[in-house]
Unconditional design. Structure first.
Length: 340
C-alpha cells in the first residue's frame, strides 16, 4: 500500500445555497448549505438536505442555520460543523489510520484576506491538513473546459446564491474582476417582497425559491420557453386566512428586473476595465455563464441583447465550480493560481 493511500483528496464548492464535494472525479455530495443545531448543547442535529427540510420549521430547541451569506462565512462555528458533517458523508473506505485530508475549495474572487482566512480555518478545523483555495470564476472556467493558461481572454460570469463573480481570465490569472453581493438570494428576496406587497400573501424563503425555479425569468417575453403559471399557497398577510395565487413568469420578470439589471451593470463595468486586446478575444469567444443563476430563463438572451456579445450557458452550470476545483486538485503542482 503506497503512501498516498493515506491522503484523502476532496474538492469543495462551498456555496451560499449548496455545497458540492468531489472525490475521485465524482460528485459525492451535493447538499444544501444548511446545518441544524441544538441550542442547549450546541451539537449538530442534521446537515444538508435533512437540515434544509427543518429550515424555517424548527421549534425553539433547534435552530437551523445557513452559515454562509453573500458568498462568505457569516457563522464560523456553524460553517465548521457543516463542513465536518458533509465531509463525513464522503465514504472513501476505512483506513486504520485517520487519513490526512487534502482539499481545494472554491471561494468568491472578491473575498478579503480575513474572509479567505475564515474559509481556510474552517477547513482546517474540519480536519483539512493541506488546504488550497481557488477563486470561483477561475474554477468555473476550468470546470467548463476553457484553457485558462492560454494567452487569450475569456470572460466568466458565475452567478451563485450569494454573489455574482465576473472575471476576465488570461494566462492562468484573473486580469479584471468584479464581484458583487447580488445573486440568487437577492432574487428570492425580491420574490418574497413582491408576493407580500402585490398579492398580500406571506411566502417563506423556500416557497420563494420554488417560485423562482418554476416561473423565474429575466425576460417578459419568452415565447416557446414560457412556463405554466405556478400556484402559490400561503396565508393572507392581513387576515391569516389561506390563499391560492397563480403567478406567471411575466410578473416575476418585472419584480426581479432591478436585481438582474445590477448583474448586467456589473458585467458592463468588468468589460470597461478589460484591456482592448482581451476585449477582442471575448467578443470572439463569447461570455460564459455558470452557477445556479445561469439557469434563470432568458438571462443569456437578455445579456446578449444588452451587451452585444454572445453568451453561452455552461453545460452543467450548477457544478462548474466544483468540477474545476476537482481538476485543480489533480493539477496542484501545475496550476499557479491555487492559493495556499
Amino acid at each position: 500500500m503506497g503512501f498516498f493511500s493515506f491522503t484523502k483528496e476532496l474538492a469543495m464548492d462551498l456555496g451560499t445555497a449548496n455545497t458540492i464535494i468531489i472525490h475521485d472525479d465524482k460528485i459525492v455530495v451535493d447538499q444544501p448549505s444548511v446545518v441544524a443545531i441544538e441550542r442547549d448543547t450546541n451539537q449538530m442535529v442534521a446537515v444538508g438536505e435533512r437540515a434544509k427540510s427543518m429550515y424555517e420549521k424548527t421549534n425553539e430547541r433547534i435552530k437551523s442555520v445557513r452559515p454562509l451569506r453573500d458568498g462568505v462565512i457569516a457563522d464560523f462555528t456553524a460553517c465548521e460543523m457543516m463542513m465536518r458533517g458533509l465531509i463525513k458523508m464522503v465514504n472513501t473506505g476505512h483506513h486504520l489510520f485517520s487519513p490526512s485530508l487534502r482539499m481545494v475549495i472554491g471561494v468568491p474572487s472578491g473575498s478579503t484576506e480575513v474572509e479567505l482566512r475564515a474559509v481556510r480555518d474552517s477547513a482546517e478545523h474540519a480536519d483539512g491538513r493541506d488546504v488550497y483555495l481557488i477563486f470561483e470564476p477561475m474554477a468555473a472556467a476550468v470546470g467548463i473546459g476553457i484553457d485558462v493558461e492560454a494567452p487569450e481572454g475569456n470572460m466568466i460570469v458565475d452567478i451563485g446564491g450569494g454573489s455574482t463573480e465576473i472575471a476576465v481570465i488570461s494566462l492562468g490569472g484573473i486580469v479584471s474582476n468584479n464581484s458583487i453581493r447580488v445573486a440568487g438570494d437577492e432574487i428570492t428576496a425580491d420574490i418574497q417582497n413582491y408576493m407580500s406587497q402585490q398579492h398580500n400573501v406571506k411566502v417563506s424563503e423556500r416557497m420563494a425559491e420554488r417560485i423562482k425555479i418554476n416561473v423565474g425569468s429575466a425576460l417578459t417575453e419568452l415565447g416557446e420557453e414560457a412556463p405554466e403559471d405556478y400556484i402559490v399557497r400561503g396565508p393572507n398577510r392581513i387576515t391569516a386566512l389561506p390563499m391560492e395565487v397563480p403567478v406567471c413568469y411575466q410578473e416575476i420578470a418585472h419584480c426581479i428586473d432591478g436585481t438582474v439589471r445590477k448583474i448586467e451593470d456589473a458585467v458592463l463595468s468588468a468589460l470597461e476595465n478589460t484591456p482592448p486586446e482581451l476585449y477582442a478575444d471575448i467578443v470572439k469567444n463569447g461570455i460564459y455563464l455558470s452557477g445556479g443563476g445561469a439557469l434563470l430563463r432568458g438571462l443569456d438572451r437578455r445579456l446578449e441583447a444588452k451587451i452585444g456579445i454572445p453568451c453561452h450557458i455552461a453545460e452543467d452550470p450548477l457544478h462548474s465550480v466544483a468540477k474545476g476545483a476537482g481538476i485543480a486538485l489533480k493539477n496542484i503542482g501545475r496550476f499557479s493560481f491555487l492559493m495556499r
